[in-house]
Ligand binder design. Structure first.
Ligand code: HPA
Length: 273
């Protein structure tokens, strides 16, 4: 997908919403309810947005919601595009390109994840301090368009330290135990084997999922600052003697929705001020 297509989509979004957007939020599986928190919402189904794909996953709606959270103008992506759905990786990361062209400098990426760290129980939230890209693809592969960013972007601080500290501070005020950890991304759509999880644990991963990393890498390419939050929806394969299934992932995501929503409502004005 090209720079010109991203410009066209950005112009379309601007025509629907005249305030300067300050942050974008991408909602993970089972976490879509946060979009209902947006005040004065303008809701645009993906099929109406030029160059956007459609969401195909149960538990993911396909809508962009523009409006305010605690006075901050936000674009909320209710439903993301996953690589396992068969999209080209440039389609997966396209919304992030558009957000950047809209002048948005703050990106909040959220996801449902399997817990590898046995002390991160299902239902708990983790702020991502770093990631491991095991998706077998890098979204920046191919000819580089310098208008987006440099050929070889630095990845020493993908997830902004200041944002991370703000999230931890807000969680403390809520009496919420927010964990911090490393997110490993695999392409899916299968869940992992117990031996893959064993390997990931030894590599230093605390959580595993099938998203977020392409968007985070793309955001850093364009010098957006990133906050990543994972909701632990299950213990990863082999951690407990239980199978992993999508219904449990969605259900546990919904159960954690209350604290997840409140955390976001508090963090957004903090990191956008
Ligand atoms: N593995 C990968 N992705 C996931 C999981 C998991 O266990 N849970 C939710 N998303």
């Amino acid at each position: 997908m090209t720079y010109e297509q991203a410009q066209e989509t950005a112009a379309f979004i601007r025509s629907k919403y005249d305030r300067q957007l300050q942050a974008a939020v991408v909602l993970g599986s089972g976490l879509g309810a946060f979009a209902d928190e947006v005040e004065n919402p303008v809701k645009i189904p993906y099929e109406e947005i030029p160059n956007f794909q459609r969401s195909t996953v149960v538990g993911h709606e396909g809508k962009l919601v523009l409006g305010e959270i605690n006075g901050v103008s936000v674009a909320v992506q209710q439903g993301r595009f996953h690589y396992y759905e068969g999209y080209d990786i440039s389609q997966v990361i396209f919304p992030v390109r558009v957000f950047s062209l809209l002048g948005i400098k703050t990106l909040i990426l959220t996801n449902a994840a399997g817990s590898i760290n046995t002390s991160f129980k299902p239902g708990s939230l983790m702020v991502i301090r770093d990631h491991i890209n095991l998706m077998g693809i890098n979204p920046l592969r191919g000819k580089n368009d310098e208008r987006f960013g440099p050929r070889f972007p630095d990845m020493t601080e993908v997830y902004d330290r200041g944002f991370l500290e703000s999230a931890i501070e807000e969680a403390r005020e809520m009496d919420l135990k927010l964990r911090r950890g490393v997110y490993a991304a695999l392409s899916g759509p299968t869940y992992e084997t117990p031996t893959e999880i064993h390997m990931l644990r030894h590599c230093g991963a605390d959580a595993v999922g099938m998203s977020t990393v392409p968007e985070a890498v793309t955001a850093r390419h364009m010098e957006m600052k990133v906050l990543g939050i994972s909701c632990m929806t299950n213990f990863a394969a082999g951690i407990m003697d239980e199978k992993v299934n999508h219904e449990d992932v969605i259900e546990t995501g919904k159960k954690a929705a209350g604290s997840f929503k409140e955390l976001l409502r508090r963090v957004i004005p903090k990191i956008c001020s």
